[in-house]
Design a protein around this ligand. Structure first.
Ligand code: CAA
Length: 261
């Protein structure tokens, strides 16, 4: 598969997608989001891939939806396309991705760029990262999860402030607020992201997938239903050869060899 607006590579069991439209600050035009969807399809289908890392450039992760592309569109156009879904199927693809996704964010992650990072399972930030939902400054509002995921990540007070003022949050603030798991020096970002992704990919794949589904479930249900979901998923891991292997390896003081079954 050849791509024009993203760069796709692999490192052992990690699939890497790099947004690569630097002249437009990685603005998420439909063509780019479509390519993202195709790359995610390919990695999801590839049995050798355990984790997916989504990254951008050093200066910009992504500066949001493509403003030029939206300029002359009317409500009916967006509604009929269900923009930003349907035509740019990468959004839905990322939302529904079953393999763990790690956003490695350096520089600006604004508007749809911040939403794209938040649609991943984990955000690792460089010390130059800046997050924000500045749509209000151009007369619109977040449309790909900003008002929903930001609140869940950092709470109402800060999310409301960021969405209503358009202010950017720097990396230390984002870490303190709980948006990102960790902040690392910009030069170490990819190495750290790949190490984290490789660690995740080294574990039993069905177990990892059930863990991420259980964590996701905590946003969808009340505590009792969530605890039940988790308990059933935990019990189901006892059907796996990998569970037996993992526990036997611990007892025998050796490293487990997982077969992802
Ligand atoms: N769409 C299209 N082009 C964009 C863009 C965007 N979102 N963001 C940046 N660019 C382009 C600029 O037009 C410019 O292109 P030219 O060189 O051809 O003029 C280039 O990228 C560099 O941008 P700046 O000159 O503005 O660079 P800067 O360093 O002065 O500022 C910035 C950087 C703060 C990121 C600024 O570009 C900016 O504020 N961008 C817009 C951010 C924004 O409003 N995002 C939300 C979009 S709406 C959205 O995302 C809706 C949704 O939820 C789905």
């Amino acid at each position: 598969m050849s791509y024009e607006l993203i760069e796709v590579s692999t490192q052992k069991a990690v699939g890497i997608i790099r947004l690569d439209r630097p002249k437009a600050y990685n603005a998420l035009c439909n063509a780019l989001v479509d390519e993202l969807g195709q790359a995610l399809d390919a990695f999801e289908a590839d049995e050798a891939i355990g984790t997916i890392v989504l990254t951008g450039g050093e200066k910009v992760f992504a500066a949001g939806a493509d403003i030029g592309e939206m300029l002359d569109r009317e409500h009916a156009d967006l509604f009929l396309d269900d923009f930003p879904y349907v035509k740019s199927h990468g959004w839905e693809r990322l939302n529904n991705c079953r393999k763990p996704t790690v956003a490695a964010v350096s520089g600006f992650a604004l508007g749809g760029g911040c939403e794209l990072a938040m649609a991943c399972d984990i955000i690792l930030a460089s010390d130059t990262a800046k997050f924000g939902q500045p749509e209000v400054k151009i007369g619109t509002m977040p449309g790909a999860g900003g008002t929903q995921r930001l609140v869940r990540a950092i709470g109402k007070a800060k999310a409301m402030e960021l969405c209503l003022t358009g202010r950017m949050m720097d990396a230390p603030e984002a870490e303190q607020a709980g948006l990102v798991c960790r902040v690392v020096p910009v030069d170490a970002l990819m190495e750290e992201a790949l190490t984290m992704a490789a660690t995740i990919a080294s574990h039993s794949r069905p177990v990892v997938m059930q863990i991420r589904e259980a964590v996701e479930q905590s946003f969808e249900t009340g505590l009792q239903a969530g605890l039940l979901f988790e308990r059933r998923a935990f019990q189901a891991t006892f059907n796996l050869a990998d569970r037996k292997e993992g526990m036997n390896a611990f007892a025998e003081k050796r490293k487990p060899v997982f077969r992802h079954r």
